[in-house]
Design a protein. Structure first.
Length: 188
């Protein structure tokens, strides 16, 4: 009986994922070149700034911005998320990075989203440059900014090393968590 229910659940997941992916797939960052990734990152940052005034205000004060225009996440009990992005420092691309995370637990579905981490201190920027791979949640203090935090945040109350904004969520999967995500340098 359990095996039949599990097989039915697995089939439902596969069919749901197949239905979702056409909606999610057009936003997937398949950066074949640096120019592609540069254009996708600039567009994503512009979208974030237009949708969220707090992000724009923090961006103006940030020492650098780590931007991932499109992360694709999928899971059925075990899940994973992957995307590519860049570190923008002083208005220029300093390096390219990927974002990779894995998870397990009660989960099923697929989604895409973007996120930006605004590095507010020289210490946080140095940490990103110096580490072979940065696990978000280890090292500089990162505050994930949701609607509630954004309402109470102003450029005069900024005191943490980094602020992260998740944006442009599409698909059917509950929640996005970036803590535990591994960020590593790449060569696109």
């Amino acid at each position: 009986m359990f095996k039949q229910k599990f097989n039915g659940f697995a089939l439902a997941f596969v069919l749901t994922t197949a239905a979702i992916m056409p909606a999610v797939a057009p936003t997937v960052a398949e950066a074949a070149t640096k120019a592609d990734l540069d254009a996708q990152s600039a567009a994503a940052l512009s979208t974030l700034y237009n949708a969220n005034p707090a992000a724009k205000a923090i961006g103006a004060k940030a020492k650098a911005v780590l931007i991932f225009p499109s992360i694709v996440k999928a899971g059925l009990v075990f899940g994973g998320a992957y995307g590519e992005g860049e570190l923008i420092e002083g208005g220029r691309v300093a390096n390219y990075y990927n974002s990779l995370s894995g998870s397990w637990g009660l989960q099923a579905g697929a989604q895409s989203y973007g996120y930006a981490v605004f590095l507010m201190t020289n210490k946080a920027v140095k940490y990103v440059h110096d580490t072979a791979g940065w696990e978000i949640g280890v090292g500089p203090t990162v505050v994930v900014v949701n609607e509630g935090v954004a309402r109470n945040l102003s450029t005069t109350t900024l005191k943490d090393d980094a602020y992260a904004f998740v944006f442009d969520q599409k698909g059917l999967m509950a929640g996005v968590q970036i803590e535990g995500t591994k960020v590593s340098k790449i060569k696109p």
